[in-house]
Structures are given as structure tokens and as C-alpha cells.
Ligand binder design. Sequence first.
Ligand code: ADP
Length: 324
Amino acid sequence: MRDEVLEFLRQNQGGFVSGQDMSEACHVSRTAIWKHIKALRQKGYKIESYTKRGYRLLEEPDLLSPLAMKQILKTDVFGKRYVYMDTTESTNLEARRLAQQGAEEGTVVVTEEQAAGRGRLSRGWYSPFGKGLWFSLILRPDFAPVEAPKCTLMAAVALTKAFHKMGLTDAGIKWPNDILVNGRKLVGILTEMSGSMEEISYIVMGIGVNVKTKQEELPEELKLIATSLTMEGIDIERTEAFKIILESLEHQYYEVLDSGFEETLNEWRQLSVTLGEEIEVRAPGNTYEGVATDIDEDGNLLVRIPDGTVKRIMAGDVSIRPRK
Ligand code: ADP
């Protein structure tokens, strides 16, 4: 419904549309139209209104619309199919639905806001309107399913390199799926796979990047643990940040397809903030401490516990924390 109102305003860009015309076209009352206009204004749309003439769209916020992105994006595959939504429950859900219907590799599903963004282990991901890059990428690599978890590491490397390019040299990777700046989370990555033991049908990689969020806007529980590009002093349009990130992801992915994971894993080691750290491993019903020493060729984390034995931990079933 809100999309319809917005579409109506867009179609008449520069001109006025009456509340009456919109209410007839969208089959709702004029009061409902007024409420939607109010909601749009809160999201940063500049909409003029005059009693007799109606409404006029003056300016849209820095949006990730297909038109805005197509003009600047220089990729061959990633984002060629670009599915854009004003709002959605979760881009991973939408991307999985599309992947099941056969959506091609490189399909990007992006939204301005997620109502139910997800982290790993069913945790929530805070995704307010227009403040970040909340997107999912569909991949259909022909490598074996056991290699899939390494896609998360690949994405983390690509993203961290993209941030370095934007001037944020303090960004580093926390195993397996977060990008941190001075201990605060800038990015979360959630990789989901569908396939059999022998073959990957598709991988959906959900990526959330905090871009424009300000410290005071963060919900209480994230105030001390989250950060954004703006909070780190990087002043960049979301479209430009998205362009740099998608290009970096595409580059890294084809490097892996062409030459394997080895070089990317080495880069991961260089960019990691986990290796060498004393950490706490939280597995269901079992919490222990140790030192993160390395990752193996499958991307598992190697942790040396106090008695000297080395544990191999797989992404997906544990969380790690720095030891206090
Ligand atoms: P973990 O870091 O414990 O492995 P996840 O990778 O699953 O957790 O990410 C989910 C967690 O990230 C949430 O429990 C919350 O603490 C935090 N979080 C949620 N939204 C954001 C956000 N927009 N920015 C930074 N951190 C967030």
C-alpha cells in the first residue's frame, strides 16, 4: 500500500496529485493516504502538500533504487538481476524463495528496511530504513557442499577490503562472520545453503552493513556493540558504498572460482582480529576458553585450550567472545 502511494507520487514526479485521486487509485480513504504520506516523510521523503492541489514529491532520500545503482555499478554478474524492495521481512527469506524458483547466480535482493532481519542462531538483525545495506546475494558455485562455509570467509575478506578502500583501515574480521571496528560490529553475514551431500543447489549470503546509523539512533542493547561507517567518520553515500562492496565481492568470488580458496584464506588470516586472541567459545551446554591460533583449510577455527590440546570449531554452532 505504501509502495502504491509512492509509485503514484513518482509517476507524477514534479507535479501535484490530489489526495482524492490517490485514494481512488489505491482504494483507501484519504485519511489513510495522509497517514502514509506522514510515514514517508518520516523516512526522509520530501513531500509538499497544499490543501487544494494535493501532494508533490520533491526529493527521495539516498535510496538504493535500481535506477540509482545501475548508473554506477560496474560488475559483470553480481547485481545484473537486482531485486529492490522498500521494505521486506528478511532479504534472505526473499532470496531463498527466488533461488528456489531458479533465480540466477549473482541475483541481488536488497531492501531499505527489514522487519525481521536475522542473525545466526535465530538472533535478530537491526535494519532500520535507509540506514544500511541490507541485502542477500544468490550464488550457485559448482564446488562441493563442504566448501560452502568458506563463502562466508570469502565475503568477509571482500567486504573488509572494500572498507579499507573507503578509508576505514581499522576494519577487521571476527571469525567467522562479523566485521568489527575496534571491537564493534559493522557488518553481519549470514550464509544459508541448499543442496544435497554431493551438490550445492544454491547459497544465499545475507549481508547487513551499518552505513548511516548514528550512535544515538541505536537501540539500547546495541549502543556499546555496534558501529556504522558514519560513526567511524566515513562519509559516503549508501549507493557508492554498495557499488564498492558488490564489485569487491564479485572480484573475490571469481578469484576463488578460478584459483581456489587458498589465497583468500591467507588474506583472511591477514585481516582477522580473532587470530592470536584469547577467546571464550560458547557452544550449546559447553563454554570454554582458549587461544585462537589459526583457521584450517576448511575455514574451521583452531583453538588451543589450556591443557595444550587444539580444538577445531566449525562455524554455525558456536559463538566466540574476547576474554574479559
Ligand atoms: P554473534 O556475533 O553472537 O555470532 P550473530 O552473528 O548472529 O551473533 O549476529 C546477531 C547479533 O548481532 C545480535 O544478537 C545483536 O547483538 C547484534 N546485532 C543486531 N543487529 C545489529 C546491527 N545492525 N549492527 C551490529 N550488531 C547487530
